[in-house]
Ligand binder design. Structure first.
Ligand code: ATP
Ligand code: MG
Length: 248
């Protein structure tokens, strides 16, 4: 098991006009592992994620990827750095088939397909891997939430990432669909991809993550194994809402 940190976040803060969405947050992500981020609605999880993924820069603080300062890198530079992400609100190319969506992604990033044959071969392999092969001719807009979430992962994988960011990839799934998603995420990780995920579904966090970071009101309030953070008195208070009715 590698001990090296693939991502290192140092004291990041994000202010939107008057609102401080993320306040002085630091943590690292172990290469080869699955790290999770949890916290009530509005805690600053997606904002943290968006800063790490180059969607917008932090107001303060620094982000390192394999020791390189990527604080000011733009989102479009990420696939070339072997980093891919999914969005909390799915963003498929709605009027294209599942296959065409994955083919399109195969043309991006460090391993971009050089021709149509290569792109299609890659897409077919990824559709098999993600369990979408039988549905490859369906228009992405005609699929239900679980398959759209799966397609988000397939599109990300088509860029051949070493690091994958998943923002609430299981929201809206029933228990059986959640279990299937957990298995796919584990399989992606076992194929050598480091994963950082935001998730409200505790079953998924507990079964997948070796390390969990807890945010609340933009601040990191705990980190550790799932068991450690779940037994942390302050985390319990935030989740059970003893003082202020957290709704996660
Ligand atoms: N672009 C933005 N402009 C202004 N405020 C924002 C922006 N993005 C997020 N916020 C605010 O920042 C805070 C944190 O939001 P964020 O989306 O990061 O939370 P979250 O932890 O991902 O919540 P959820 O679990 O609901 O997805 C919220 O108060 C939100 O309204
Ligand atoms: Mg969010």
């Amino acid at each position: 098991m590698s001990d090296s940190k693939i991502i290192e976040v140092q004291h990041i803060t994000k202010r939107f006009k008057g609102l401080t969405a993320v306040k002085d947050v630091s943590f690292s992500v172990r290469e080869g592992g699955i790290t999770g981020m949890i916290g009530p609605n509005g805690a600053g999880k997606s904002t943290t994620f968006n800063m790490i993924c180059g969607y917008y820069p932090p107001t303060e603080g620094k982000i390192f990827y394999k020791g390189q300062d990527i604080t000011d890198k733009k989102a479009y530079e990420y696939t070339n750095m072997k980093i891919a992400r999914t969005f909390q609100i799915m963003k498929p190319l709605k009027n294209l088939s599942v296959l065409e969506n994955v083919v399109a992604s195969s043309y991006f990033g460090h391993a971009a397909a050089k021709n149509e044959r290569e792109a299609k071969e890659r897409a077919m392999e990824i559709l098999q891997f993600t369990g979408l092969y039988e549905k490859r001719h369906i228009l992405s807009k005609d699929m239900g939430t679980p398959d759209q979430k799966r397609l988000e992962m397939a599109r990300a994988l088509a860029t051949r990432p070493e690091m994958l960011f998943l923002d609430e990839n299981m929201a809206g799934l029933n228990p059986a669909e959640t279990e299937a998603a957990i298995q796919l995420i584990r399989k992606i990780n076992e194929s050598g991809v480091t994963i950082f995920l935001i998730e409200h579904i505790m079953q998924a966090v507990v079964s997948l993550c070796e390390e969990v970071i807890v945010l609340h009101h933009g601040e990191k309030i705990a980190e550790g194994t799932p068991a450690q953070v779940m037994n942390d008195p302050y985390v319990m208070e935030v989740y059970l809402g003893k003082k202020e009715g957290a709704n996660a």
